[in-house]
Design a protein around this ligand. Structure first.
Ligand SMILES: Cc1cc2nc3c(=O)[nH]c(=O)nc-3n(C[C@H](O)[C@H](O)[C@H](O)COP(=O)(O)OP(=O)(O)OC[C@H]3O[C@@H](n4cnc5c(N)ncnc54)[C@H](O)[C@@H]3O)c2cc1C
Length: 358
Protein backbone atom coordinates (compact mmCIF):
# COMPACT_ATOMS: atom_id res chain seq x y z
CA UNK A 1 0.00 0.00 0.00
CA UNK A 2 1.49 3.32 -1.09
CA UNK A 3 0.43 6.32 1.03
CA UNK A 4 1.21 9.79 -0.34
CA UNK A 5 0.60 13.22 1.20
CA UNK A 6 -0.45 16.52 -0.37
CA UNK A 7 -0.86 15.01 -3.83
CA UNK A 8 -1.73 17.23 -6.83
CA UNK A 9 -4.90 15.97 -8.53
CA UNK A 10 -4.88 18.13 -11.66
CA UNK A 11 -3.77 15.22 -13.84
CA UNK A 12 -6.15 12.85 -12.00
CA UNK A 13 -9.38 14.55 -13.16
CA UNK A 14 -10.39 15.09 -16.79
CA UNK A 15 -11.62 18.64 -16.10
CA UNK A 16 -8.00 19.47 -15.24
CA UNK A 17 -9.06 21.27 -12.06
CA UNK A 18 -6.13 22.07 -9.80
CA UNK A 19 -6.73 20.61 -6.33
CA UNK A 20 -4.83 18.41 -3.91
CA UNK A 21 -5.53 15.28 -1.92
CA UNK A 22 -4.41 15.61 1.70
CA UNK A 23 -3.76 11.85 1.68
CA UNK A 24 -3.83 9.51 -1.30
CA UNK A 25 -3.49 5.73 -1.13
CA UNK A 26 -2.79 3.73 -4.27
CA UNK A 27 -4.81 0.53 -4.08
CA UNK A 28 -3.21 -2.07 -6.36
CA UNK A 29 -4.52 -5.29 -4.80
CA UNK A 30 -7.10 -6.68 -2.41
CA UNK A 31 -4.25 -6.89 0.13
CA UNK A 32 -3.62 -3.13 -0.19
CA UNK A 33 -7.27 -2.53 0.58
CA UNK A 34 -7.20 -4.82 3.61
CA UNK A 35 -4.04 -3.09 4.88
CA UNK A 36 -5.69 0.31 4.47
CA UNK A 37 -8.88 -0.71 6.27
CA UNK A 38 -6.84 -2.28 9.08
CA UNK A 39 -4.87 0.96 9.53
CA UNK A 40 -6.93 2.86 12.10
CA UNK A 41 -5.33 6.24 11.38
CA UNK A 42 -6.47 6.01 7.77
CA UNK A 43 -9.67 3.97 7.95
CA UNK A 44 -11.20 6.09 10.72
CA UNK A 45 -11.27 9.07 8.33
CA UNK A 46 -13.86 9.53 5.57
CA UNK A 47 -12.75 7.78 2.36
CA UNK A 48 -13.21 8.86 -1.25
CA UNK A 49 -12.73 6.41 -4.12
CA UNK A 50 -11.07 7.82 -7.23
CA UNK A 51 -10.95 6.04 -10.56
CA UNK A 52 -9.97 8.00 -13.68
CA UNK A 53 -11.54 11.24 -12.41
CA UNK A 54 -13.67 11.59 -15.55
CA UNK A 55 -16.98 12.06 -13.78
CA UNK A 56 -16.12 14.39 -10.91
CA UNK A 57 -15.95 18.11 -10.22
CA UNK A 58 -13.39 18.99 -7.55
CA UNK A 59 -14.55 22.06 -5.66
CA UNK A 60 -11.46 22.27 -3.46
CA UNK A 61 -8.75 20.14 -1.89
CA UNK A 62 -10.01 16.68 -1.02
CA UNK A 63 -9.99 16.09 2.73
CA UNK A 64 -11.23 12.49 2.81
CA UNK A 65 -8.50 9.89 2.23
CA UNK A 66 -8.41 9.29 -1.52
CA UNK A 67 -8.32 5.64 -2.58
CA UNK A 68 -6.85 5.68 -6.07
CA UNK A 69 -8.05 2.42 -7.60
CA UNK A 70 -5.27 0.69 -9.52
CA UNK A 71 -6.28 -2.99 -9.25
CA UNK A 72 -5.50 -4.55 -12.63
CA UNK A 73 -6.36 -7.83 -14.32
CA UNK A 74 -8.51 -9.09 -17.17
CA UNK A 75 -9.50 -12.74 -17.45
CA UNK A 76 -12.14 -15.12 -18.71
CA UNK A 77 -13.78 -16.27 -15.49
CA UNK A 78 -16.29 -18.70 -16.94
CA UNK A 79 -17.85 -19.85 -20.19
CA UNK A 80 -21.49 -20.89 -20.26
CA UNK A 81 -23.75 -21.98 -23.14
CA UNK A 82 -24.95 -18.41 -23.44
CA UNK A 83 -22.07 -16.13 -22.54
CA UNK A 84 -18.43 -15.50 -21.79
CA UNK A 85 -18.08 -14.15 -18.26
CA UNK A 86 -15.11 -11.81 -18.10
CA UNK A 87 -13.72 -10.38 -14.86
CA UNK A 88 -11.84 -7.08 -14.83
CA UNK A 89 -9.98 -5.33 -12.03
CA UNK A 90 -11.48 -1.99 -10.95
CA UNK A 91 -8.34 -0.09 -11.97
CA UNK A 92 -8.35 -1.28 -15.59
CA UNK A 93 -9.01 1.50 -18.10
CA UNK A 94 -12.56 0.89 -19.36
CA UNK A 95 -11.73 1.39 -23.04
CA UNK A 96 -8.76 -1.00 -22.79
CA UNK A 97 -11.05 -3.62 -21.26
CA UNK A 98 -13.52 -3.16 -24.14
CA UNK A 99 -10.70 -3.55 -26.70
CA UNK A 100 -9.35 -6.62 -24.86
CA UNK A 101 -12.72 -8.42 -24.90
CA UNK A 102 -13.04 -7.82 -28.65
CA UNK A 103 -9.49 -9.05 -29.27
CA UNK A 104 -10.38 -12.26 -27.38
CA UNK A 105 -13.44 -12.74 -29.60
CA UNK A 106 -16.05 -11.79 -26.97
CA UNK A 107 -18.31 -9.13 -28.51
CA UNK A 108 -20.86 -7.04 -26.64
CA UNK A 109 -19.09 -3.97 -25.28
CA UNK A 110 -18.31 -2.27 -28.62
CA UNK A 111 -21.01 0.42 -28.28
CA UNK A 112 -19.38 1.47 -24.99
CA UNK A 113 -15.95 2.05 -26.56
CA UNK A 114 -13.95 5.15 -25.67
CA UNK A 115 -15.90 6.06 -22.53
CA UNK A 116 -13.16 7.49 -20.29
CA UNK A 117 -12.48 6.16 -16.82
CA UNK A 118 -11.99 2.88 -15.06
CA UNK A 119 -13.83 -0.43 -14.96
CA UNK A 120 -14.62 0.00 -11.26
CA UNK A 121 -16.56 3.20 -11.87
CA UNK A 122 -18.62 1.77 -14.75
CA UNK A 123 -21.36 0.30 -12.51
CA UNK A 124 -21.49 3.43 -10.32
CA UNK A 125 -23.47 5.42 -12.86
CA UNK A 126 -24.36 2.45 -15.11
CA UNK A 127 -22.41 3.94 -18.01
CA UNK A 128 -24.20 4.00 -21.32
CA UNK A 129 -23.71 5.10 -24.90
CA UNK A 130 -25.02 4.37 -28.39
CA UNK A 131 -27.96 2.27 -27.26
CA UNK A 132 -26.18 0.05 -24.71
CA UNK A 133 -25.84 0.44 -20.95
CA UNK A 134 -23.49 -1.41 -18.63
CA UNK A 135 -26.48 -3.22 -17.11
CA UNK A 136 -27.10 -4.91 -20.49
CA UNK A 137 -23.74 -6.71 -20.21
CA UNK A 138 -23.40 -6.89 -16.44
CA UNK A 139 -22.98 -10.17 -14.55
CA UNK A 140 -21.92 -9.18 -11.02
CA UNK A 141 -19.35 -7.20 -9.07
CA UNK A 142 -17.15 -7.68 -6.07
CA UNK A 143 -16.94 -4.83 -3.57
CA UNK A 144 -15.42 -4.38 -0.13
CA UNK A 145 -17.37 -2.96 2.77
CA UNK A 146 -15.46 -0.06 4.40
CA UNK A 147 -16.97 -0.77 7.82
CA UNK A 148 -16.13 -4.47 8.06
CA UNK A 149 -13.40 -4.93 5.44
CA UNK A 150 -15.41 -7.88 4.09
CA UNK A 151 -15.83 -8.49 0.36
CA UNK A 152 -19.33 -9.08 -0.99
CA UNK A 153 -20.85 -9.77 -4.39
CA UNK A 154 -23.77 -7.94 -5.96
CA UNK A 155 -25.83 -9.05 -8.95
CA UNK A 156 -27.60 -6.65 -11.28
CA UNK A 157 -30.81 -6.50 -9.21
CA UNK A 158 -28.84 -5.66 -6.06
CA UNK A 159 -27.03 -2.89 -7.92
CA UNK A 160 -30.45 -1.30 -8.64
CA UNK A 161 -29.28 0.09 -11.96
CA UNK A 162 -31.17 2.99 -13.48
CA UNK A 163 -30.41 5.72 -16.00
CA UNK A 164 -26.91 6.91 -14.91
CA UNK A 165 -27.74 5.51 -11.51
CA UNK A 166 -27.06 2.63 -9.14
CA UNK A 167 -26.96 1.77 -5.46
CA UNK A 168 -23.45 3.30 -5.40
CA UNK A 169 -24.87 6.79 -6.02
CA UNK A 170 -27.07 6.78 -2.95
CA UNK A 171 -26.15 7.10 0.70
CA UNK A 172 -27.88 5.19 3.48
CA UNK A 173 -27.86 5.42 7.25
CA UNK A 174 -25.10 3.37 8.86
CA UNK A 175 -27.55 1.27 10.81
CA UNK A 176 -28.98 -0.07 7.57
CA UNK A 177 -25.54 -0.85 6.26
CA UNK A 178 -24.67 -3.03 9.20
CA UNK A 179 -27.35 -5.58 8.30
CA UNK A 180 -26.19 -8.98 7.09
CA UNK A 181 -27.83 -8.81 3.65
CA UNK A 182 -27.64 -6.18 0.97
CA UNK A 183 -31.24 -5.49 0.00
CA UNK A 184 -32.16 -3.96 -3.33
CA UNK A 185 -31.96 -0.20 -3.33
CA UNK A 186 -29.75 0.09 -0.27
CA UNK A 187 -27.36 3.02 -0.60
CA UNK A 188 -23.65 2.23 -0.77
CA UNK A 189 -22.24 5.65 -1.68
CA UNK A 190 -19.16 6.26 0.45
CA UNK A 191 -19.55 2.87 2.15
CA UNK A 192 -17.91 0.39 -0.19
CA UNK A 193 -15.40 0.15 -2.99
CA UNK A 194 -15.78 -1.96 -6.11
CA UNK A 195 -12.70 -4.13 -6.69
CA UNK A 196 -13.81 -6.29 -9.64
CA UNK A 197 -16.54 -6.18 -12.26
CA UNK A 198 -17.81 -9.25 -14.14
CA UNK A 199 -19.34 -8.85 -17.55
CA UNK A 200 -21.55 -11.35 -19.40
CA UNK A 201 -20.78 -11.14 -23.11
CA UNK A 202 -23.45 -12.91 -25.15
CA UNK A 203 -22.58 -15.73 -27.54
CA UNK A 204 -25.78 -14.96 -29.49
CA UNK A 205 -24.43 -11.52 -30.35
CA UNK A 206 -26.33 -9.10 -32.57
CA UNK A 207 -25.20 -5.62 -33.58
CA UNK A 208 -26.91 -2.84 -31.63
CA UNK A 209 -27.57 -0.16 -34.25
CA UNK A 210 -30.60 1.57 -32.74
CA UNK A 211 -28.67 4.80 -32.42
CA UNK A 212 -29.13 7.05 -35.45
CA UNK A 213 -25.43 7.95 -35.92
CA UNK A 214 -24.45 4.29 -36.09
CA UNK A 215 -27.22 3.31 -38.50
CA UNK A 216 -26.29 6.27 -40.70
CA UNK A 217 -22.65 5.11 -40.75
CA UNK A 218 -23.73 1.55 -41.65
CA UNK A 219 -25.78 2.86 -44.58
CA UNK A 220 -23.05 5.24 -45.79
CA UNK A 221 -20.55 2.38 -45.90
CA UNK A 222 -23.10 -0.07 -47.35
CA UNK A 223 -22.36 -2.71 -44.70
CA UNK A 224 -25.18 -5.26 -44.34
CA UNK A 225 -24.04 -7.12 -41.21
CA UNK A 226 -21.40 -5.13 -39.31
CA UNK A 227 -18.99 -6.96 -37.04
CA UNK A 228 -18.44 -5.95 -33.44
CA UNK A 229 -15.03 -4.59 -34.45
CA UNK A 230 -16.63 -2.37 -37.13
CA UNK A 231 -19.11 -0.98 -34.60
CA UNK A 232 -16.23 -0.37 -32.17
CA UNK A 233 -14.38 1.59 -34.89
CA UNK A 234 -17.49 3.60 -35.84
CA UNK A 235 -18.25 4.46 -32.21
CA UNK A 236 -14.65 5.64 -31.73
CA UNK A 237 -14.80 7.79 -34.89
CA UNK A 238 -18.16 9.34 -33.98
CA UNK A 239 -17.11 10.06 -30.40
CA UNK A 240 -13.80 11.64 -31.48
CA UNK A 241 -15.69 13.94 -33.86
CA UNK A 242 -18.34 14.96 -31.34
CA UNK A 243 -16.73 15.18 -27.92
CA UNK A 244 -13.75 17.23 -26.78
CA UNK A 245 -10.65 15.20 -25.90
CA UNK A 246 -10.03 15.88 -22.19
CA UNK A 247 -6.27 15.85 -22.89
CA UNK A 248 -6.83 18.95 -25.05
CA UNK A 249 -9.89 20.60 -23.48
CA UNK A 250 -10.78 19.63 -19.91
CA UNK A 251 -14.33 18.32 -19.40
CA UNK A 252 -16.34 15.59 -17.68
CA UNK A 253 -18.45 14.48 -20.65
CA UNK A 254 -22.21 15.14 -20.46
CA UNK A 255 -22.68 17.53 -17.58
CA UNK A 256 -26.43 16.99 -17.16
CA UNK A 257 -28.65 13.93 -17.34
CA UNK A 258 -31.32 13.88 -20.04
CA UNK A 259 -34.54 14.66 -18.15
CA UNK A 260 -37.69 12.57 -18.51
CA UNK A 261 -41.17 14.08 -18.56
CA UNK A 262 -44.74 12.85 -18.89
CA UNK A 263 -46.34 12.85 -22.38
CA UNK A 264 -48.56 15.76 -21.20
CA UNK A 265 -45.54 17.85 -20.15
CA UNK A 266 -43.89 17.04 -23.47
CA UNK A 267 -46.97 18.13 -25.44
CA UNK A 268 -46.99 21.37 -23.50
CA UNK A 269 -43.35 22.04 -24.45
CA UNK A 270 -43.90 20.99 -28.09
CA UNK A 271 -46.74 23.52 -28.30
CA UNK A 272 -44.22 26.23 -27.44
CA UNK A 273 -41.09 24.73 -29.05
CA UNK A 274 -42.13 22.38 -31.88
CA UNK A 275 -38.52 21.45 -32.65
CA UNK A 276 -37.72 20.01 -29.22
CA UNK A 277 -35.70 16.79 -29.43
CA UNK A 278 -37.54 14.01 -27.56
CA UNK A 279 -37.56 10.21 -27.44
CA UNK A 280 -40.47 8.04 -26.23
CA UNK A 281 -39.33 5.52 -23.59
CA UNK A 282 -40.58 1.96 -23.05
CA UNK A 283 -42.29 2.95 -19.76
CA UNK A 284 -44.41 5.64 -21.47
CA UNK A 285 -42.34 8.59 -20.31
CA UNK A 286 -40.53 10.90 -22.74
CA UNK A 287 -36.82 11.59 -22.59
CA UNK A 288 -35.72 15.09 -23.60
CA UNK A 289 -32.26 15.94 -24.92
CA UNK A 290 -30.68 18.10 -22.21
CA UNK A 291 -28.18 19.44 -24.76
CA UNK A 292 -31.05 20.72 -26.92
CA UNK A 293 -32.70 22.48 -23.94
CA UNK A 294 -29.40 24.18 -23.03
CA UNK A 295 -28.75 25.18 -26.63
CA UNK A 296 -32.29 26.58 -26.91
CA UNK A 297 -31.48 28.85 -23.95
CA UNK A 298 -28.54 30.26 -25.92
CA UNK A 299 -25.70 28.71 -23.89
CA UNK A 300 -23.73 26.93 -26.61
CA UNK A 301 -20.21 28.37 -26.88
CA UNK A 302 -20.71 30.78 -23.92
CA UNK A 303 -17.98 31.31 -21.32
CA UNK A 304 -18.34 32.48 -17.74
CA UNK A 305 -15.01 33.08 -16.02
CA UNK A 306 -12.88 30.12 -17.01
CA UNK A 307 -15.84 27.74 -17.38
CA UNK A 308 -17.45 27.33 -20.78
CA UNK A 309 -20.12 25.50 -22.75
CA UNK A 310 -18.59 23.45 -25.58
CA UNK A 311 -19.35 25.03 -28.95
CA UNK A 312 -20.17 21.71 -30.67
CA UNK A 313 -22.30 20.19 -27.88
CA UNK A 314 -24.09 22.29 -25.27
CA UNK A 315 -24.30 19.34 -22.87
CA UNK A 316 -20.55 19.45 -22.24
CA UNK A 317 -19.03 22.06 -19.90
CA UNK A 318 -15.35 22.72 -20.49
CA UNK A 319 -12.28 24.20 -18.83
CA UNK A 320 -11.38 27.40 -20.68
CA UNK A 321 -8.44 28.06 -18.37
CA UNK A 322 -4.87 26.90 -18.79
CA UNK A 323 -2.87 24.35 -16.87
CA UNK A 324 -1.32 27.14 -14.80
CA UNK A 325 -4.60 29.02 -14.40
CA UNK A 326 -7.28 26.34 -14.61
CA UNK A 327 -10.99 26.65 -14.03
CA UNK A 328 -12.09 26.01 -10.44
CA UNK A 329 -14.85 23.63 -9.41
CA UNK A 330 -16.68 26.68 -8.05
CA UNK A 331 -16.67 28.34 -11.48
CA UNK A 332 -17.96 25.14 -13.11
CA UNK A 333 -20.79 24.86 -10.60
CA UNK A 334 -21.68 28.57 -10.95
CA UNK A 335 -22.05 28.08 -14.70
CA UNK A 336 -23.98 24.84 -14.14
CA UNK A 337 -26.42 26.61 -11.81
CA UNK A 338 -26.93 29.48 -14.26
CA UNK A 339 -27.77 26.93 -16.98
CA UNK A 340 -30.15 25.09 -14.65
CA UNK A 341 -31.94 28.36 -13.83
CA UNK A 342 -32.44 29.41 -17.43
CA UNK A 343 -33.65 25.95 -18.51
CA UNK A 344 -36.07 25.93 -15.57
CA UNK A 345 -37.34 29.42 -16.33
CA UNK A 346 -37.93 28.64 -20.01
CA UNK A 347 -39.10 25.00 -19.89
CA UNK A 348 -40.04 24.32 -16.25
CA UNK A 349 -37.54 21.43 -16.20
CA UNK A 350 -34.88 20.92 -13.54
CA UNK A 351 -31.64 19.58 -15.01
CA UNK A 352 -29.70 17.24 -12.77
CA UNK A 353 -25.87 17.21 -12.98
CA UNK A 354 -24.30 13.89 -13.94
CA UNK A 355 -20.80 14.21 -12.40
CA UNK A 356 -20.16 13.75 -8.70
CA UNK A 357 -19.36 17.07 -6.99
CA UNK A 358 -16.51 16.52 -4.53
C1 LIG B 1 -15.15 13.04 -22.72
C2 LIG B 1 -16.04 12.23 -21.80
C3 LIG B 1 -17.04 11.43 -22.34
C4 LIG B 1 -17.86 10.66 -21.51
N1 LIG B 1 -18.83 9.88 -22.09
C5 LIG B 1 -19.64 9.11 -21.31
C6 LIG B 1 -20.64 8.29 -21.92
O1 LIG B 1 -20.77 8.21 -23.13
N2 LIG B 1 -21.43 7.57 -21.09
C7 LIG B 1 -21.29 7.59 -19.72
O2 LIG B 1 -22.04 6.90 -19.04
N3 LIG B 1 -20.34 8.37 -19.14
C8 LIG B 1 -19.52 9.12 -19.89
N4 LIG B 1 -18.56 9.92 -19.31
C9 LIG B 1 -18.45 9.95 -17.84
C10 LIG B 1 -17.36 8.98 -17.29
O3 LIG B 1 -16.48 8.59 -18.30
C11 LIG B 1 -17.96 7.74 -16.64
O4 LIG B 1 -18.87 8.08 -15.65
C12 LIG B 1 -16.89 6.83 -16.04
O5 LIG B 1 -17.47 5.60 -15.66
C13 LIG B 1 -16.19 7.45 -14.84
O6 LIG B 1 -15.09 6.64 -14.52
P1 LIG B 1 -13.91 7.16 -13.62
O7 LIG B 1 -13.03 5.99 -13.32
O8 LIG B 1 -13.25 8.31 -14.26
O9 LIG B 1 -14.69 7.59 -12.30
P2 LIG B 1 -14.35 8.82 -11.33
O10 LIG B 1 -14.67 10.09 -12.03
O11 LIG B 1 -13.01 8.66 -10.75
O12 LIG B 1 -15.44 8.58 -10.19
C14 LIG B 1 -16.81 8.76 -10.46
C15 LIG B 1 -17.61 8.27 -9.22
O13 LIG B 1 -17.47 6.87 -9.09
C16 LIG B 1 -16.89 6.54 -7.81
N5 LIG B 1 -15.99 5.41 -8.04
C17 LIG B 1 -14.97 5.35 -8.93
N6 LIG B 1 -14.39 4.14 -8.87
C18 LIG B 1 -15.04 3.43 -7.93
C19 LIG B 1 -14.88 2.11 -7.39
N7 LIG B 1 -13.92 1.29 -7.82
N8 LIG B 1 -15.72 1.72 -6.40
C20 LIG B 1 -16.69 2.56 -5.95
N9 LIG B 1 -16.89 3.81 -6.42
C21 LIG B 1 -16.07 4.23 -7.39
C22 LIG B 1 -16.18 7.80 -7.35
O14 LIG B 1 -16.09 7.83 -5.94
C23 LIG B 1 -17.11 8.87 -7.91
O15 LIG B 1 -18.21 9.01 -7.04
C24 LIG B 1 -17.70 10.70 -20.10
C25 LIG B 1 -16.68 11.50 -19.56
C26 LIG B 1 -15.85 12.24 -20.39
C27 LIG B 1 -14.75 13.08 -19.80
Amino acid sequence: MLVEKNVPLQSCNTFGIAARAHTLVRVRSAQDLQALLADHRLARQPLFVLGGGSNIVLTGDVKPVVLKMEIKGLRLLEETDKAWIVEAGAGEVWHDAVAWTLAQGYPGLENLALIPGTVGAAPVQNIGAYGVELQDRFHSLVAVDFATGRPFTLDAAQCAFGYRDSVFKHAAPLAEHEGAGLPRGMGLAGRAVITHVRLALPKAWRPELGYLDLERRRQELGVQQPTAQQIFDWVCEIRRAKLPDPAVLGNAGSFFKNPTVTPEQCQDIIARDPKIVHYPMADGSIKLAAGWLIDACGWKGKTVGRAGVYEKQALVLVNRGTREDSVTGGEVMTLARAIQTSVYERFGIRLEPEPVVV
